[in-house]
Structure formats: C-alpha cells, structure tokens
Write a protein that binds this ligand. Sequence first.
Ligand code: NDP
Length: 476
Amino acid sequence: ATAQIGVTGLAVMGRNLARNLARNGFTVAVHNRSPQRTRSLIAEHGDEGSFVPSESLADFVASLERPRAVIVMVKAGAPTDAVIDELVPLLEEGDIVVDCGNAHFADTRRREEALRGHGLHFVGTGVSGGEEGALRGPSIMPGGSVESYRKLGPIFEKIAAQVDGVPCCRHIGPDGAGHFVKMVHNGIEYADMQLIAEAYDLLRAGLSASPAEIAEIFREWNGGELESFLIEITADVLGHTDAATGRPFVDIVLDQAEQKGTGRWTVQSALDLGIPITGIAEATFARSLSGHADQRAAARRAFPDAGEKWQVDDRETFVEDVRRALLASKIVAYAQGFDHIRAGSREYDWDIDLGGTATIWRGGCIIRARFLDRIREAYDAEPELATLLVAPWFADRVNAGVPGWRRVVADAARAGVPTPAFSSSLAYFDALRAERLPAALIQGLRDDFGAHTYHRVDRDGSFHTRWAGDRSEVEA
Ligand code: NDP
C-alpha cells in the first residue's frame, strides 16, 4: 500500500480533486465505477503527480496506507449509499470515508452513525468552488470526528484555497456539521445573487441605463466594500455582448432561474429550527417564481400598467442609494445565515466557530468576498453576538445605508419594480429594531379563537380572557 489518500468517483469534481491532491505532492489512489474515466485521467494527467489507479474497488482499497482515507465523489443520494455499502466490507477499524458530494446533512448524520457502528469514521465534507475550485483550491468544510481530522486536516489544508497564508479549510464540527455549513453557504449564495440581480434591475429601471453602463457601475463597486467574486463576474456578464444578435447577453437569456435544491434545503432547515432567514427564502422563492411562465404571462396581460413612471433626477445619489441598499441587504442575509448556523450548531451539538467559518469562505468559493474578514472579526470579538447587524462595522454600514435603502425600496414599489430581497431585508431590519411588534395582536387573536393564552408585559404567568363570556381574565 502506497497511496496516502484515495478518490473514488472521477467525474469532473473527483478528477479535479485527485489532480489537486497529486499536484500538491500526495500519492493518490484513483478509482471509478466505469474504468474508462480512471484510464483517461491517467492518460491525460498522469504526469502531474503520483497516481495509483485501480479498476476494482478492492484493489483501490488495498492500495491505501492505513488508516485509509477514501474520498467518495459520486452523484449525491442513492449512488453515495451504494458506494459506501460496497466500501464498508473492504475497510478496517479506524479507516475514514470522506463524502465530498453535495449531501443533505441529515443523510450525513445517518451515514456517520451507521459507519461509527463499524468502527469507521465518516466525514461529510462540503466542497465549494465548482470544478475550478476542486482543481486549483476549493473552500473545504469537513465534518466528522476530531480524530479523522488529524489525518485529513494536513492534506485538505494543503489543497484548499489560501488567503493571506490561511487555508480555506478547517474542521467544522462532528457528523453533519460540514455539510450543514456548506448548505447554508449555498443559501447565502442564493441571497447574494438575488440581491445583485435586484440592484441591476433597479439601476436599469431607474436610470434607463444599458447593461454595459451598469457593468461599469458594478466594476466601480468592486473597488470598495462590496468587493467580491460575484460583483466582479456581474460586471463581466453585464458587459458581455451576444455574438449571434449583437444584443446585450443578459437580454437574450431566458429569465427563468434554475436551482439544484440547496436553497430549498436551507429554507426547510431554517423553518425546522425557527430561524427567520428571509433573505435566503425570498431568493429561493424568487427563482421559483421566475419559472412560473404561465402565471407570469397571465398576470402581465391582466395588469399591464400597474406601476408608475419612474424618473430618477439625481443619478449619482441614486446609484449610491442602490449600492448602500445592496450592502445593507447583504449584511441582513449574512446575519441571518450565521444565525442559522448558530442554531444548527446548538441543536445538533456541533460547537461551530462562526468566525472561523467566515474565514474559510474567503477563498475558493462563489461567495468569497472582502467583507468576510469583517464577519470573522465581529464573531472573534464577541462570540455570543446577538446578531451580526449590531457588530460595529456592520451597524455603521447599515446606519449609513438606511435612508437610501428606504428611498430605493419605496421608489421601486411605486414604479412596480419587484425587489423581494431588498424590501424583505428592510422589513426584517425594521421588525428587529421595533419597540413593539404587532405580534401582541396575533397573541390576542390566538387566545380569542383558540384559547392559546398569552403573557402579559406587567406580570409573570400565562393568561386567558373569556372572550365568549364576560371577558374576565383568568390565569391559565
Ligand atoms: P456527478 O454528480 O455527475 O456524478 C458522476 C459520478 O458518480 C461518476 O463518477 C459516476 O460513475 C458516479 N456514480 C454514479 N452512480 C454511481 C453508482 N451507483 N455507483 C458508483 N458510482 C456512481 O459528478 P460531479 O463530479 O459533477 O459531482 C460529484 C459530486 O460532487 C456530486 O455529489 C456533486 O453534487 C458534488 N459537487 C459538485 C460540484 C460541481 O460544481 N459539479 C460542486 C461541489 C460539489 P460512472 O462514471 O461509472 O458513471
């Protein structure tokens, strides 16, 4: 046995991850169900490092040093279970199975428990950054045991993206913690993209600007607090011209956003945990709304002129309003995402370091951004921070952004330009800071129709008013 780590599943992600490992000096065992993929990897990239190819899973396992570390990089769901079932009888106590696929954290928890029963470590690992990331340095979010990280850590930290000399990889926590954090990461990515899309739509409607002109605005924004990979590629996409028609590329793309489901998982989990992640939820629903072409066509016919004409007078102020509204809404989305991670960590006993999590998203992944450093600083300074919104750096940006945020959302509402994420983030902000919420009335209604009781502001205890009778109050 000579290989330090193995990869089974050599489609685009597994192949690139194996190459990344080999390029970093590790001896990598490689295997794929259809041997053709293994052969082509060796034929095309065998000279990039030290590979040990096998055509059977048994040979593959036998080629690994103990304790064995096997990365499974196959289609998520049933195929992952099938590969694990095949692997388990070939492994020995203390060996490590790493699932780098996009698994749901609940599946990871189930698999971890099952493999623990066999004396094996199961490490559900979130890998972000797509195929380029896998090859050149992804953001890696491993769950599983501390013991397994002793073997995997030095390998993963070497192949991960590096920012300021710090690897974009750290042990997230036990069992499903890694896949959970990867899931929320994807949810935040949905919110980030929706907010960018709304900012573009506002600029286009308010300024009657061309996509190329808006590309310039995003390019400028990328020089400041908003600097991030997504803002950078927004400028690229908006600036691109369709070769076939000569029209702006963004105008020839069908306006129906697709999704693979991690946004939905994030929202479902947040509902289970009772965490209001309105930014991610609006972004997820906005994608599904965009896909309902029949309803959109019917509504377009029924309400052709429901918005008012929009004429922005002061271009510079408007662009700055949109920028600040985008930053403030983005802060809300991240605050909610980190609340979600904290709630998951508490519910499942994961003890996740929030600041550390922000650190490993700084490189290798889609949401990489300068502002993640500020998130790390905020949680490092105050691990029990009530909400990211109130950390000084973020509170300053939100405060500075509020007037513009309100103007933009109000103008958009008048003009009939939809801003689900901008406006729901503003509503979330206002609800959080409200002295009194109308939730008091909801409690009254619940007590009236269902005797669900309420608490009083002035006395301890649960109370019920006899609504159908003499309206006297009784202690419940
Ligand atoms: P795919 O998800 O397309 O999966 C193809 C691979 O799965 C092939 O190696 C295939 O083997 C193998 N496979 C499918 N069914 C079985 C089975 N029953 N038994 C054994 N092997 C099977 O590959 P990707 O490289 O795109 O993704 C791999 C994983 O990484 C997925 O879980 C994906 O969600 C995740 N991921 C993908 C990202 C991306 O950007 N693509 C980013 C991050 C994570 P064969 O060649 O024999 O058909």
